[in-house]
Design a protein around this ligand. Sequence first.
Ligand code: ADP
Ligand code: MG
Length: 221
Amino acid sequence: MGVISCDNVGMEYLPGREILRDVSFVLEPGSFYFLSGASGAGKTTLLGLLALTQRPTHGAIRMFGEEVTRLPREALPSLRRRIGTVSQDYRLLSHLTVEENIALPLKVACEPESVIHSRVDEILDWVGLADHRNARPEELSGGQKQRVCIARSVIHRPEVLLCDEPSGNLDLQLSLRFMYLFEALHKMGTTVMLATHDDYLISQFTYPVLRLKDGMVEEGR
Ligand SMILES: Nc1ncnc2c1ncn2[C@@H]1O[C@H](COP(=O)(O)OP(=O)(O)O)[C@@H](O)[C@H]1O
Ligand SMILES: [Mg+2]
């Protein structure tokens, strides 16, 4: 049994307009998958279902051994804490510093201040932003904001990391730098699914690819 599995998952935002249909796959614990597909293919929609921020119209999704599609709303936050998400639009809080943004998931989980401090220090070094810890998001470049977003999404050491076009507006060199960060996490045991429409980026790695086309997913490069 995988860490995530989808069984005939379908999704409609509007009745009769299927965005995803009969999507089935299994992600093994510790695996790394690309999710590819043209713009509008449904990548963000599928990641939203896996991040438990929306529910499918049909089918079953299992995560961490639980069928999540029918769980009551109250049961979702504790599962969500086991998932990290890197969103397309950063979603940083502009009134908080870099350090405060990154610490948020640990604050929400009521971790002690001492733990928060040491983890934030560690992760600021890891993403190369130690010198910018007191900056506000508006003072950062796009690539730096993206690194804050990545740091925030992994600081609580999620078992699964879902990344939505993390290299969307970045040049190839920066995209590859981010890929090495995600690979480092993957090597520590995190299951990673990374959505991108960039076939060139995919071609630089040997990880398996789930390809979305006409609402269906096929496996292979
Ligand atoms: N909240 C929504 N309401 C209605 N349609 C949506 C919504 N979100 C996405 N869509 C539609 O679903 C399709 C897939 O979108 P999306 O999942 O964002 O694709 P991708 O991330 O691959 O570009 C698109 O046709 C988009 O217009
Ligand atoms: Mg998208």
